[in-house]
Write a protein that binds this ligand. Structure first.
Ligand code: FES
Ligand code: FES
Length: 157
């Protein structure tokens, strides 16, 4: 079956397999930021935005995004043109292996799109479904609070 959807601002018209996950489709389309961790909806490594809402692509059928707008980390920024959220993660030292980072950033993006002045508790609650094995969560929370401050200061595009 073929579906249309928007991926990082570009229209796609692609074949999907019966029962294929959105994670599988995005990896086939070269979106290497989308990570497979648990593949059961528990770790958050595969998080992407669908119409601005963070979803776990491993437990979302590819067919569900027909006609929708999907954003992966590749759509947020690029190595030469980082999004302020990505810069904040670097600045706060919140990245070690980076495996959890794309999902963390997209989850944070959804949070900050609704609330650009969250408390540390609200940040912790928002990322509670995104697991990190490396940094502990303090630096990640610091990074998201820093990105929120930059957003309030008008430094986001
Ligand atoms: S790989 Fe999707 S939630 Fe873990
Ligand atoms: S930076 Fe390694 S899992 Fe989070």
């Amino acid at each position: 079956m073929k579906i249309y959807f928007e991926l990082n601002g570009e229209q796609q018209y692609v074949d999907i397999e019966p029962g294929e996950s959105l994670l599988s489709l995005l990896r086939r389309l070269g979106m290497k930021s989308v990570k497979q961790g648990c593949n059961t909806g528990d770790c958050g490594a595969c998080t992407v935005l669908v119409d601005g809402r963070a979803v776990r692509s491993c437990i979302t059928f590819a067919a569900k995004v027909r006609g929708r707008r999907v954003t992966t980390l590749e759509g947020l920024g690029s190595p030469g043109d980082l999004h302020p959220l990505q810069e904040a993660f670097l600045e706060a030292g919140a990245v070690q292996c980076g495996f959890c980072t794309p999902g963390m950033i997209l989850t944070a993006y959804e949070l900050l799109s609704k609330n650009d002045n969250p408390t540390p508790e609200e940040v912790r609650a928002a990322i509670s479904g995104n697991l990190c094995r490396c940094t502990g969560y303090r630096k990640i929370v610091d990074a998201i609070l820093l990105a929120a401050k930059w957003k309030r200061e008008g430094r986001w595009r």
